[in-house]
Every structure is written in C-alpha cells, then in structure tokens.
Ligand binder design. Sequence first.
Ligand code: NAD
Ligand code: ZN
Length: 260
Amino acid sequence: MTPTDLERAIDEAASLITAPKHVVALVGAGLSAESGIPTFRGPEGIWTKHGEPDLRDYERFAADPKSWWEQRIAGAGGLGELRTALESAEPNAGHLALREMEESGWLAHIITQNIDNLHQRAGSTRITEIHGNRTRLRCTRCHARWPLDEFPIDELPPRCPECGGIVKGDTVMFGEPIPKDALDECVDQTWKCDCMLLIGTSAVVYPAAQFPLDVRRLGGKLIEINPNETPLSALAEVTLRAPAGQSLVRLVERLRDLRP
Ligand code: NAD
Ligand code: ZN
C-alpha cells in the first residue's frame, strides 16, 4: 500500500469509527508483534517457521492434571521462544492507541485472542480475553479467576476454594472449550457491534473468526489492520495494510482531528 493509499484508508476508517455507536476491536497476535512477541501464523510466525505444535494439550491436562501441574512447575513444555518473549514484552504504541480510543469513547470493547496481559498494562479496561490470560489461574468448574501470585498452591492439582473444581492456567489450551462467560460476552458484543476493527488477526481461529462474519451479516462494517491479506480481507470495508502500531497511532491522530 502506498503512503497516499494508506492515508486515504485512514481517513475512511476514521469516518467509519466516528459514525457508528458501538465499535469493537477483535485483536490477534499481530498487535503484540511490535512488542517483540512472535505470532503463530503469518510470514514470521512461529508455526510458519517451526511447523504446527501437538494439539492435544487439553486432552493431556484433563487425563492427568497432577502431572500437567508438575511439568508446569518444573518449567517444562510450551514454546520456549514464545515464553521468553512474553516475559519481557511491554505494551506498544498500538496498545496505547486502543486505550486512548476507549477513553475518548471511540471504542466500546476489545475482544482479544492474546494472552499476554498487554491491554491491561496499557490501561484498557473493557476487555474480553477469549483465550485467557497467562498471568491468571482459572477454576475449570465455576470459572473463578485469580492472579497467579495470589493463589497459594499447596496441593496438586490445586482446587478452587469456592467450588472444589480443579484449577488450571487461565490460558485456553489447544482442544479446550472457550470458557462460557468469555464466549457469552463476545457474542453479546458482536450483536451490539456496528463496526469491528480486525487488528493483527489471521482470522482463522474459531470461534473468534465467526464474530466478524456475524457483524457483517447484521449490517455492520469491518476495518482490517494487517500488513498481510487474510480470509476476511475481501469482506472489509477499509483495509490498512500496515503494522498495527503505526496504523493505530495515525488513526487516533485522525480521530482527534475529527473531534468536534
Ligand atoms: P496469528 O498468529 O494466527 O496471526 C497473526 C496475524 O498478525 C497474521 O495475520 C499476520 O499477518 C498479522 N501481523 C503480523 N505482524 C503484524 C503487525 N505488526 N501488525 C498487525 N498485524 C500483524 O494470530 P491470531 O489470529 O491471534 O491467532 C493465533 C492464536 O495464538 C491466538 O488465538 C492467541 O491465543 C495465540 N497467540 C497469542 C499471542 C499473544 O498473546 N501475544 C502470541 C502468539 C499466539
Ligand atoms: Zn470453582
């Protein structure tokens, strides 16, 4: 996309965002790429470089939660490259732009597939984490959640003090159903949404990939921010073919100009 085309697309995106009443951002790993966290898919993605991982994580956890916990405490398993990046990442200009959009009333809600806690650290507050948050634990039965460092682990697997259910990391594993409370919130936001920003998501992971399709079906508009084409590109009203940080900063500047 040429700089002129990008500027024109930013103008169109800004006027779409100021027109609707309920703008929702659907965020994927691409937003955190500029924080140094690798994505799974896309040209630089971990899976693109190293192949797809074993997808039976949750099956293994459900079969033997005690040994899953023992391995977790021993620091085994998981993608080393991803874990190291997650531990040192800071929110980037894109996360901060989303916070400003929320504060200024341009953004009603964030549905994020990221587990990195960077939206919270940037100061956003209306967030649904469809794949959980790596800094929390969750009860598999009642969905209660706790910050990792506030939950005393004195038996394995740990048990929920509320209902006695088994406690696991809040991050949704491959094969694990999306927690019902998070999914319900996403569906509710999708129904309310008249403009969805698709930011750094490859839009192939269900159910998240379904939300933009539903927004379109219900008459809403899609704005895609992604340097690469995705299966949703053809459905987007406006496309910003550039990295999320840069695009969101420019978009917010334009929104400020349009403020009455
Ligand atoms: P994905 O890895 O499948 O796709 C990433 C997308 O981001 C690609 O379409 C790519 O073109 C785009 N992208 C790359 N750099 C970008 C940039 N600078 N700006 C904007 N877009 C950019 O990501 P996904 O769709 O979110 O799905 C994968 C799953 O992996 C998610 O559900 C998530 O749970 C998990 N994941 C999370 C993190 C994280 O928390 N930061 C990181 C990796 C994977
Ligand atoms: Zn519980």
